[in-house]
Structure formats: C-alpha cells, structure tokens
Design a binder for this molecule. Structure first.
Ligand SMILES: *[C@@H]1O[C@H](CO)[C@@H](O)[C@H](O)[C@H]1NC(C)=O
Length: 492
C-alpha cells in the first residue's frame, strides 16, 4: 500500500501512534518479541532488546511494518532536530532501516518512500552504480578490503598490500579511497593499482557532497574522517575496513563465514586499549555516552563491557571493522555513523567528545537497536621484550581472534611510523613478543604513554608471550622481507 495521500496522513500518524502504544504494551506484557514488534521498538528508539531476531515475517507484516515506519518517519521529520540529538537521529535511522528491509523483502512495497526519506536525511551521499546497495540486484564482489590511502601513507599501504598478497595469500579485491588529486596524485595511484591484482582506486569526493561531508577539509589534520565514508561507498557487500597500517597475521578472506558472531550480526568490532583517562587528557567518554543515550537502555553488549563497568576512555579501535551491508540495519547504521563524521556533526558536536571516527561505528548501532558484536579481548601489545626488563614498550597494538590467537596488529611494520614520517627512520620493528589483553578489567595491561606513539606496559613474565611459540616468527620475517622490497621500489 502506498502512503502518499495528503488526507490519509493524519489518520496514519494517529494509527501509527496507537499501534505503537499497543505494541509496546504487548511487548512488555509478554516479552515475546515478534519480528515486527522488535522492528517497531527499533523504529521508535526503545532499546528493549538487541538480541538478533531474524525470523522471517510474513509478506503482510512487511507491508504493515513499512506503513508504520512511514508514519513514524513523517511525524519525526515534522520536528526540527538538534545536531546533538543523536538518539533522535537514531529513531529516524531505525525507521529508515525498517523501510529498507520491507522494500528488500517484499517487492510489492513501493520504494519511493524509502528513497524520499533517504534523500532527506542523507542526501549528501550520492548513490553510485559503483557502490554496493542492498536494494539493487547487482553484486560485483561479495567480500573485499577497503582502505583509505593518500600520498602520506602510500608506502605503508603498499607494504600492507604486499603482505596480504604475497605472505598471507589473500586474493580479496581491494578498494583504495583517496580524496582528490592533491591527496593522491595520478602517477602514484597507477603505481599502487599496478602493484598487485584486483586493486581499484576511487576518489571519495565523487561519492559525497563535500560541502557537507568536509572530507577534503579534514585532510589537513588526519585521514580518519574518511573511513566510514569509504566503507559506505565501497562496492563490497561484506566490507573489511582497514587502516593502511593494519597488518593481518591471519588470512582474512573467509572471516565472514568463519566467525559465528560476525555471521550472525553482520558486524565485528574491536576494542581499544583499556585506559582510564588517556594520554590525550581526561575525556569522560562514558558520561557523554550516557547523555547521548538519554532514556534509552544500553544494550547488553554495551552494559557488560568494561568500557561501561570500569569507565574506560575508549571502547572501539577502528583499525579493523567488519560489516555485512546486506543487513538493512547494519547498512543504515553505517549511514548513520558516516553522518556523525560529516563536517558540522563532527566539528560542532561529536568530535568534541570522542577521539576521531572510532566510536561512531558501534554508537550508530547502539542508537538504532542494531545488534552488533565486539571481539571480547581488548587491545594488547606486540613488540620486543628484553629478558628481565620490568616493562615492554612498543608502538604496535595487537588484536586477537575469537579464540585468543594473534589476528592483526596496528601501527604497521616500521619500528615507529611517526619517526619515519617526521625523520625518515625506516627501521622495521622487532616483533618477537606480545602481551595479550584479556576480557576483564583485572586482565588488562596497565598502559603508560611515552612519546611518539610509544606505549609501555608492565611485563610480568607470565604475561609476556612468545611470537615463536605462536608460530608467527616465519610469517613476520616474510612480511618484513616484503616490506623491505617495497622500500626498494619506492625510495624517497
Ligand atoms: C582540497 O583542499 C586543498 C587545500 O587544503 C585544495 O588545494 C584542493 O584544491 C582541495 N581539493 C578539492 C578537490 O577541493
């Protein structure tokens, strides 16, 4: 049923409101969440449940849920919304997700409602045939890696790609996003594209109205802003967003099938270092998150995290983000996260409270009742441990897979990428030992910031693990050989 008649609108809003109250009462009374009730809770922002519930509803209920979401959106959009009302924006996004799901699942439902609302809320994102869109039939590449690269981190990216292709044997296609010619000139782009098979470079500015996105403006600081924009614009249904200096220690190609939680929720996020009051100065992130949530209840994923219980400064490290954009709620959450990184939203509000893009991925899911999953281990360290020393110090962050084995590191293969950029120090890191971080607060390493990106932590002998015992020595050696080759190809 198409809902665009002017005189039916008021009635539909009333009907929507009545059925919302009914559904809420029914929900609380029975706690049996039928699919459409769950979607509707999402549409109105009550975070009653974040348990995945993917029982397929009947065709009729899609048309029902889309009508309700439409009237919800119509009344929500009648009111102006403050930039700081992220929960309110979340309600809109959640209703949009319900509409998206309905048009994907039921072809008889007219699509113009969804497209109209999308344009109203996210019109600065230009839909492109190069982008994976869950409502379109075309799928060029199911799984792929998304990376933001400019001439500043070009060599790091080349080293990353060489380790992926030549050491890990990854054949995943790679989308490289850059922001305009001056960020990554044509000759350099060609070098990277010719460097290994299946690498595309794309200008992120082709996909967004940059007066709103403000990506070019952000380049003078760092490239972080670009990351969600790139993930959203990419041609992959299942996108693996990595930093140029994210180095996998295991082949990631089948991870969307291998990791049960990723398969279930379509998301996999990683925690940051567990610090309370970081080296950037104390930011009470949790206090802000609670303000943002307003009267929403935190999801179990949030409430049970030590970010919440032990009041950490950071929750997410976005050096690696997995998202399956076929899931409507995941897709619209990514749109929402991207919006949080647009110029006005980030400068006037979001980045005053969090450090760059990283918290926006999970926060968007949280505020739309989209089930999401964090790998339970917080960030550990990989580097070199001098026998007998009290501390171990390193730039490289280490992340474990769900079974507790080293999975990826952040910081690249250089001893210190910052000293490379500033002083041209090209030495490679000695990666012989690691300190994994556990799940609970008691299991976390105590971090001490030195300078130039170096962190130190207590190195009690029982906590330090050997790279050799983890059977990674050869792999890391091979990676450094590849990275050395890259240096020879691009001396500067
Ligand atoms: C991006 O900003 C720089 C100044 O920082 C400017 O020189 C350049 O032309 C801009 N690029 C685009 C595509 O607007």
């Amino acid at each position: 049923m198409k809902i665009d008649g002017r005189n039916t609108r008021g009635r539909l809003i009333t009907l929507g409101a009545i059925s919302l109250i009914l559904a809420s009462v029914l929900y609380i009374a029975s706690r049996v969440s039928s699919f459409s009730a769950l979607r509707q809770q999402g549409a109105f922002g009550n975070s009653l449940s974040s348990i995945p519930n993917h029982q397929p509803p009947t065709t009729g209920s899609y048309s029902h849920s889309s009508q309700e979401a439409t009237s919800a959106l119509e009344s929500l959009l009648e009111q102006d919304i403050e930039l700081s009302d992220l929960a309110g924006k979340g309600q809109r996004v959640s209703a949009l997700s319900t509409l998206l799901e309905a048009i994907i699942e039921d072809p008889t439902i007219p699509r113009d409602g969804f497209f109209g609302f999308r344009t109203q809320e996210f019109g600065w994102w230009r839909l492109s045939s190069k982008t994976y869109l869950p409502w379109a039939d075309r799928l060029e590449s199911e799984v792929g890696i998304v990376m933001c690269v400019g001439q500043k981190n070009f060599v790091l990216a080349a080293q990353n790609i060489r380790t992926l292709r030549n050491v890990l044997g990854s054949t995943l296609p790679i989308d490289i996003f850059y922001a305009g010619e001056h960020d990554f000139p044509w000759e350099k782009r060609k070098e990277l594209e010719n460097f290994a098979p299946d690498i595309h470079t794309l200008n992120i500015l082709d996909f967004y109205d940059d007066t709103v996105a403000g990506i070019n403006d952000s380049l003078t600081e760092n490239g972080w802003v670009m990351k969600p924009f790139a993930m959203l614009a990419s041609r992959f249904q299942k996108a693996i967003l990595v930093d140029a200096d994210t180095i996998f220690l295991q082949r990631p190609d089948t991870y969307f099938d291998d990791d049960i939680h990723l398969k279930e929720t379509g998301t996999l996020f990683y925690h940051d270092r567990a610090v309370k009051g970081g080296y950037t100065g104390w930011i009470d992130t949790l206090k802000w998150i609670k303000e943002v949530l307003k009267d929403r209840k935190p999801s179990a994923m949030l409430k049970e995290s030590i970010f919440w219980t032990a009041k950490l400064e950071h929750q997410q490290e976005s050096g690696l983000v997995f998202m399956d954009k076929q899931k409507p709620d995941v897709f619209t959450s990514l749109m929402f996260a991207t919006w949080m990184n647009t110029k006005a939203a980030r400068e006037e509000y979001v980045y005053k409270h969090i450090f760059g893009d990283k918290e926006t991925f999970w926060l968007a899911c949280e505020l739309t009742s989209t089930p999401y999953y964090f790998n339970p281990f917080y960030t550990g360290m990989i580097g070199h441990y001098e026998a007998g020393a009290k501390e171990m110090c390193s730039v490289q962050l280490l992340h474990l897979d769900s079974g507790g084995s080293p999975f990826w590191l952040n910081g690249g293969l250089r001893e210190n990428k910052r000293l490379d950029q500033e002083l041209g120090q090209k030495d490679f890191a000695t990666l012989t030992d690691y300190i994994p971080a556990g799940v609970t607060w008691a299991e976390q390493p105590r971090w001490r910031y030195m300078k130039n990106g170096v962190f130190c932590t207590d190195a009690k002998p029982d906590r330090v693990k050997s790279v050799e015992k983890a059977e990674l020595t050869k792999l890391i050696e091979d990676m450094i050989i590849e990275a050395t080759e890259v240096d020879k190809m691009f001396p500067n």
